[in-house]
Design a protein around this ligand. Sequence first.
Ligand SMILES: *Cc1c(COP(=O)(O)O)cnc(C)c1O
Length: 393
Amino acid sequence: MQRSPSESLQPSLIELSRSALEQNFSFLQSRAKNGVRISSVIKGNAYGHGISSFIPLAELCGIDHFSVFSADEAEGVLKFRSNPDTDVMIMGMIRDEELSWAIENGIEVYLFEMERLDRAFEEAGKLGKKARVHLQIETGMHRTGFEKPEWETVFQKINDNPESFDLKGICTHYAGAESVANYFRIQKQNETFREAVEMAKSMFDQMPPVHASSSAAFLTMPKMHYDMVRIGIAQYGFWPSRETYMHHAKANDFEEEQDPLRRVMTWKSEVMSTKWVKAGDFIGYGNVYMAGRDMRIATVPIGYTHGFGRNLTNSGYVLIRGVRANVSGLVNMNMITVDITDIPGVEKGDEVVLIGHQGDDEITVASFGEMTNNLNYEILTRLPASIPRVVVD
Ligand SMILES: *Cc1c(COP(=O)(O)O)cnc(C)c1O
């Protein structure tokens, strides 16, 4: 594997597969009702995939709308998008002073409280530029959103000030569509949302796009597609939950079904050193792992500082020469030791796969999850931004 000098300064590397991403978007498009726009959700450094590489790659796949959490992430999109017309939407945190920056730069922002609405109105007036806004409706998530008694006032204010507001959307967010346990709560949220949408229809001459679904609702509840969907986890090749996958598999004839989503990310490192250890000796710190036989171990320069959790101590594994090598001993800050006794010929510099395929075997992100009870979301976003990301076919 050839690496650029800056990449070779890092102990590991994340590859992003262009063909996997294309496949995911073409599957997602095929599931979207006619005309539904996909917004690519790239908060959390594109779920650990790295925004600088991911944004242009998603644009190549036809994406022209990105959703982020905060103003700094929106700035990242402005920096890394290749098409200047690609839209950016901030769903969460914007400080007052960032609001004027966002309006100036044509960034779409969620409004979810009167104070922010008034502030946007003011800033738009000062700049002589329309604020591009999405009105977030409180439907039962109880985090952010305009409450029912406010809806009419809010809609009226937008209507009365066309020189200050460019209404880009009416939206809400469901409280956990990936789990059947929340089914009724979400149905109720959708009913409330429909009320708001009906009121908006009666008040606006031109309805803006309506959007509510993230990956889970998109994949399991087509009636909630509306005009736009905000897709995070699925584009990266992961089902939001096992239930969501089962729903899909069942609807598409379980036996025949193959997973249409492909993991975009592969995480690789290399063998740093190898060593023989005698039966009865302890490996690494303390007495966490005692060699039960004469063992050959390899050190791999990956640790909890890189997002390889300490809870994978004695239980995680990596792939070397296509074979699983168990983590033996504590996961250190920068290093793990793995058992290569039964993998002949391992040498310093051999490729080590932490997430992904090697030979006929694969380590999934979910397998980290099973070992540690973490969700894919958390494991992915914990991967540090400092690991180089490179695009491969
Ligand atoms: C994170 C997020 C999404 C995307 O969720 P996924 O489950 O990753 O598809 C959509 N909408 C909002 C408001 C979000 O915060």
